[in-house]
Structure formats: C-alpha cells, structure tokens
Design a protein around this ligand. Structure first.
Ligand SMILES: NC(=O)c1ccc[n+]([C@@H]2O[C@H](COP(=O)([O-])OP(=O)(O)OC[C@H]3O[C@@H](n4cnc5c(N)ncnc54)[C@H](O)[C@@H]3O)[C@@H](O)[C@H]2O)c1
Length: 364
C-alpha cells in the first residue's frame, strides 16, 4: 500500500482486523518519517501519501478498483477463499494478483471465474527498498493481464520481470540451492560465521546465515520444504537439516531476536547481531564430518548450485533471457553488483573451472 501510494496511485487497504490496518498505516508512517529525516520527503508529502491509503474492513468500495494485490497469510485455502471473494466484489475488468512467495499461480487460479485476469506479483522484502517484482504467468493468465501487471509495477517505481510459474518462481528457485550449499557446508563442520565472512568478502551484502535470520528461519524452512518437494532430485534432504532444527528450537531469526545470531536493539532502535556460543550446541547434531576446506572452496560450494539452477531456469524457459536471470538476482536478492549476476559470474569463472568443480563435488 505504501509503495503504490508513494508513487501517486491511491489504494484501498483491506484486512480482517483493525489492528492490522493500524499496523499497516504505522509502517507507512515510519518509512515516511525516515524519508523526512533524510530530507527526501516533507510533512506535506507525508500527509498526502497517507491520505491516499484508505484502510477498510469491507469490500464495499472495491467495485471501481482496476487492480487488486492479495497479500494475506501464506495458506493456499485462505488465499483461494480471499481471491474468490475479491473476484465477486470487483468488476470483470479488474486484474487480480497474488503476492504469494511459494504457492503455484496456476493452482491459485483453479477456483476463479476469470483465471485469465489473474497473475502473481511477487515483491521482495523490504518492499520499499528492493526494486524487483516478479510478474508470474500462470497457465491461464492472458497476455493483457501480464501487460497490465507490468505497467502497474512500473507505476509503483519497480522493475518487473515476467516469469513463468514454477516452484520458487525465478529468484527463490535459484536462492534455495545456494542455501543448500550453506546447509551442506555446516554439515561438513564449517563455522557459519566463517561462511558469512567469506561470502560477504565475495560481495554479498550479508552472508547466508545472516540472510536466513533476516528472511526468517521459519519462512526459510517452509520454503525450503516446498522446494525439496518440487525438486527432490536436487533440493531434497536425506536427514534433518539445520533449518528444521533451528525451526524446532523456535530460533526464527531477527523476528524473535534468536537465529544463527542473537539480536539486540541499539540506541537508534536498529537490530545489532552478536554471537552466543550456545548456538553451536544446536548446530552440533547436524554436523556429519569435519572437513578442511579453503575459502575458495566455500565460495564454489555456495555459488555452483546457484549457477546450475540459474542455467536450469533458462533451459526450462522460466524467463526468456540470461539477462533477466541476472537482473532478478541483482535487484531481488542484492547479488554483488560488480559481479553482475550468477550467469555473468559463471562466464567470468569459465566453463572449464566450473566443470572441474562440478566433478569434485559430485557426491553433494
Ligand atoms: N514475509 C515475507 O518475507 C514475504 C516476502 C514476499 C511475499 N510475501 C507474501 O506476502 C503475504 C503476506 O505476508 P506477511 O509476512 O505480510 O504475512 P502476515 O501474516 O504478517 O500478514 C497477513 C495479513 O493478512 C491478513 N488476513 C488474513 N486473512 C485475511 C482475509 N481473509 N482477508 C483480508 N486479510 C486477511 C492478516 O490479518 C494479516 O494482516 C504472503 O502471501 C507472503 O507469502 C511475504
């Protein structure tokens, strides 16, 4: 709601709970107050933007909407029920989009009367900062719907890429093999702090353990299970992973201040990470062996699964070109910009070296 209204497109923000609507308005205010602090906005602009978000508990005014983005809880049954309600309360011309991160768009369209007018619109957290939006084409989505979703994303100041429906869509399908690289390194006895340091030196804004804490380990575990089901040959696990163990121990990451790291608020209210050695006791049962490994090996074991999945996405025509794959990773994940994306990075490493590494890690 904030993103749309901040770019001059007013919105109705519907929820089933007043306190959630208040939360939404508060979040928008917080972002705007920060903008004013940074001298990028003014109190007048803030008032205008907030006034263009209309919180509501009813569908009464939905008849005139041109575009509806559903973003309710990540549950197929609830989403299907809400989407059907929206369809019944909007005009036949209204485009419907779901902000799901894990549910198939083709499946969500099953109960709709106008599946051609439905698509996915997957934003990345934090939404006001990450430029990418994946526009997902389900089996029945029309070309006109895709065009209108692309147009709306542009109006919101985002960079859209059009992606064909598959588990994880484009970006998460490529991200999870990278997380799996991390999981297997931990199982080989490599310290998560070292992996974070090596990958940050490589150019990532944050290493994989820190990233999982920010994304939410509960969210990560849920999505990882979906990816494992969709691609069991290469994303399945033979034993309990560290994500499952952390989830069971209720270490959800920054959202409850406990993850791989632990978090405290500084004077400015920003979460600062620190290490509590107790976390190593939680990781210990998942360690299968102690491998001596170089930093170069760590980079290769993290990046190779990502590169391979990026190539598979191209083969499966999830997007049309290598540039779109790389753009998705740069704008949706914060892939190191100077490396220009996983496929461009693969080119710079060279096929010979990648092939050699693939042979070396065949057992993984
Ligand atoms: N959290 C992320 O990192 C992330 C990233 C990308 C996409 N998404 C997607 O965004 C969506 C929302 O995620 P979230 O983390 O904000 O979840 P959340 O649980 O914080 O918010 C869901 C909201 O939906 C409301 N809701 C529930 N049932 C409803 C109904 N029948 N009608 C109207 N509103 C209803 C709830 O009251 C709540 O305010 C999910 O589909 C999720 O997959 C989340």
């Amino acid at each position: 709601a904030y993103q749309s209204s901040s770019m001059g497109v007013g919105v109705l923000m519907k929820d089933i709970k007043t306190e959630q609507l208040e939360l939404g308005m508060n979040e928008a205010s917080k972002i705007l107050l920060k903008e004013i602090e940074r001298k990028k906005s003014s109190p007048e602009k803030m008032a205008k933007i907030l006034a263009s978000i209309t919180p509501t508990l009813s569908y009464a005014d939905f008849g005139n909407t041109q575009f509806v983005v559903e973003a309710v809880v990540e549950n197929e049954k609830v989403k299907k029920a809400v989407l059907a309600d929206v369809e019944n309360n909007t005009s036949p011309e209204t485009i419907l989009a779901s902000n799901t991160s894990t549910i198939s768009i083709t499946k969500l369209a099953e109960g709709l009367k106008r599946p051609d007018k439905f698509c996915g619109m997957h934003f990345f957290n934090p939404v006001h900062r990450m430029p990418l939006v994946e526009i997902i084409r389900g089996a029945k989505t029309s070309q006109d719907t895709i065009a209108r979703a692309v147009n709306y994303a542009n109006q919101m100041g985002k960079t859209p890429i059009v992606v064909n429906d598959c588990a994880g869509f484009l970006v998460n399908r490529i991200l999870f093999p990278y997380f799996n690289g991390f999981i297997f390194l931990l199982e080989d006895g490599v310290d998560f702090q070292r992996i974070d340091k090596v990958m940050e030196k490589f150019g990532w804004p944050m290493g994989p353990a820190y990233l999982l804490d920010v994304v939410g380990i509960d969210t990560g575990f849920h999505a990882s299970s979906i990816m494992a089901n969709a691609f069991p040959d290469r994303m399945g696990f033979k034993s309990k992973t560290i994500l499952e163990v952390m989830y069971e121990q209720k270490r959800f990451g920054q959202k409850n201040s406990l993850g791989f790291y632990e978090y405290e608020l500084d004077k400015k209210g920003k979460q600062v990470k620190k290490v509590n050695p107790a976390v190593y006791e939680i990781i210990k049962p998942t360690i299968k062996r102690q491998l001596d490994i170089t930093d170069e090996d760590i980079v290769m074991r993290m990046m190779l699964p990502m590169i391979i999945e990026a190539s598979r996405c191209l083969e499966d025509k999830i997007v049309e070109s290598p540039v779109e794959v790389d753009m998705g990773l740069l704008l949706g994940l914060g892939f190191p910009p100077f490396r220009a994306g996983a496929l461009k990075y693969a080119d710079s490493v060279g096929m010979n070296k990648l092939d050699e590494a693939s042979q070396k890690y065949l057992e993984l």
